[in-house]
Design a protein around this ligand. Structure first.
Ligand SMILES: [Zn+2]
Length: 135
């Protein structure tokens, strides 16, 4: 995959086909585990891209159902990952590898910066704004 090669060329290291959620099983195409960034490369046909998604005439119902199921699952996967503290980037298989890599690199940089601004916040150190106040 050209995108993977491009990321590698930029010195980024990632895992491929990494299981990000066990139940239900969800696998991301490219994963940066330390930054908790999951990248999905969606196929134009299977995920119904607006530019190249075609809706076959033969067995139209079957295919439409299949593609819509995929799209619903994509939304569900996004939601589950966000809830688990992941960042999700979706790129289309038609996206130029360089542009897709730019986006991913940008998000990675932001995630790293974020982590630096929050130096090990221990649980329970936050002060409640309601301490001492009466109802
Ligand atoms: Zn496309």
């Amino acid at each position: 995959m050209l995108l993977r090669r491009e990321l590698h060329r930029r010195g980024l290291r990632y895992r491929v086909g990494y299981k990000v959620i066990s139940k239900p099983r969800r696998v991301a195409d490219i994963v940066f585990t330390r930054q908790r960034l999951a990248v999905f490369v969606d196929g134009c046909f299977w995920h119904g891209c607006a530019l190249h998604g075609t809706w076959p005439k033969n067995n139209a119902e079957f295919w439409r159902d299949k593609i819509e199921t995929n799209r619903r699952r994509d939304c569900d996967t996004n939601r589950r990952l966000y809830e688990a503290g992941w960042t999700v980037v979706r790129v289309w298989e038609h996206d130029p590898p360089r542009e897709a890599a730019d986006r991913i690199e940008h998000v990675l940089t932001e995630l790293r910066g974020d982590a630096a601004q929050r130096p090990g916040q221990a649980p329970g150190t936050e002060e409640s704004p309601y301490v001492g106040s009466e109802k």
